[in-house]
Design a protein around this ligand. Structure first.
Ligand SMILES: NC(=O)c1ccc[n+]([C@@H]2O[C@H](COP(=O)([O-])OP(=O)(O)OC[C@H]3O[C@@H](n4cnc5c(N)ncnc54)[C@H](OP(=O)(O)O)[C@@H]3O)[C@@H](O)[C@H]2O)c1
Length: 272
């Protein structure tokens, strides 16, 4: 029986992924910041709910060790925990900047570092890092979030070169829009009341983001969980998995034009 550890399993993609793997007969370490609030996942057979805060290295090491002790193996690690930070970069506070990179970039690195001794010993293992279509292309007022996902993409692709000879793989799943808490409770906003030059840009861009029709093409967390499961089980060396029709369309459009044409397209789409 195979074992998967998933970060950020309290809601959204992580939670649906935990349920999907469990239904497929896997052992699941469903990790989250506040396991004491979980009432459902811990009722499922072969699921262990563990504390893991992506910004707390001790909790990462402890969750990985407990998973191996409990299930006797660890085959796949899904780095899913993450959140968005939006607004003008100039308004970011040091705490916001630190937390964004600590969660979306340093967290996955520490998780991989903690799992690697085990993966090396068994000469196999797979990391699936949840990036975003925003790890391939950018939208206005999301510079720092894109920065984290571009970083995760580069780290994952490069790391794969050094791990493949050891029997270990790294893959990326890149969702488009997903109907989760991502754009609600999880979203952090940068704004400085003393800087008004961005007000009109912020208003236009956020209005476009909030338009209800934008969500028509969004995937569900369960759709993304299916892609993650495919990445875990297809036995291929494929690195990137675009997830969702919107993500595939956006990439098709982006890859067909130059950087300069894309800048013009964004300006037109958002009225900038
Ligand atoms: N939704 C989208 O449109 C979308 C698109 C592309 C990529 N993604 C990526 O998909 C991943 C999951 O997001 P989602 O859409 O499922 O959003 P979500 O419902 O807001 O879930 C985010 C999860 O990350 C957890 N988390 C946040 N900070 C954490 C930390 N320090 N340690 C451990 N867990 C932490 C949250 O836990 P708490 O409950 O404790 O807050 C929650 O379980 C993220 O990496 C996101 O960047 C999402």
């Amino acid at each position: 029986m195979k074992t998967v550890l998933i970060t950020g399993s309290s809601t959204g993609i992580g939670r649906d992924t935990a349920i999907h793997f469990q239904q497929e007969g896997w052992n699941v370490a469903a990790t989250m910041r506040r396991p004491e609030n979980e009432t459902e996942l811990n009722q499922l057979e072969n699921v262990q709910v563990l504390r893991l805060d992506a910004t707390d290295r001790e909790s990462i090491i402890s969750a990985i060790n407990t998973t191996i002790e409990t299930f006797g193996s660890l085959d796949v690690v899904v780095n899913n925990a993450g959140y968005g930070l939006a607004g003008p970069l100039e308004a970011v506070t040091p705490d916001q900047l630190t937390r964004q990179y600590a969660t979306n970039v340093f967290g996955p690195i520490y998780v991989m570092q903690a799992a690697l001794p085990h993966f090396r010993a068994q000469k196999s293992g797979l990391f699936i890092n949840i990036s975003s279509i925003g790890g391939r292309l950018t939208l206005p007022l999301n510079s720092l979030y894109h920065g984290t996902k571009f970083a995760l993409e580069g780290i994952s692709e490069a790391l794969n070169h050094e791990l493949n000879p050891l029997g270990i793989r790294v893959k990326l799943v890149e969702p488009g829009g997903v109907k989760t808490d991502f754009a609600g409770r999880s979203l952090d906003l940068m704004s400085d009341p003393n800087i008004t030059d961005y007000d009109e840009i912020v208003q236009k861009v956020f209005e476009a983001f909030r338009s209800p029709s934008r969500a028509d093409d969004y995937s569900t967390g369960a759709d993304i969980a299916e892609v993650i499961f495919t990445a875990a089980t297809d036995g291929t060396g494929q690195i990137r998995y675009l997830a969702g029709n919107d993500a595939k369309q956006m990439w098709e459009q982006r890859s067909a034009i130059t950087d300069q044409q894309y800048v013009e397209l964004m300006a037109k789409n958002f009225g900038l």
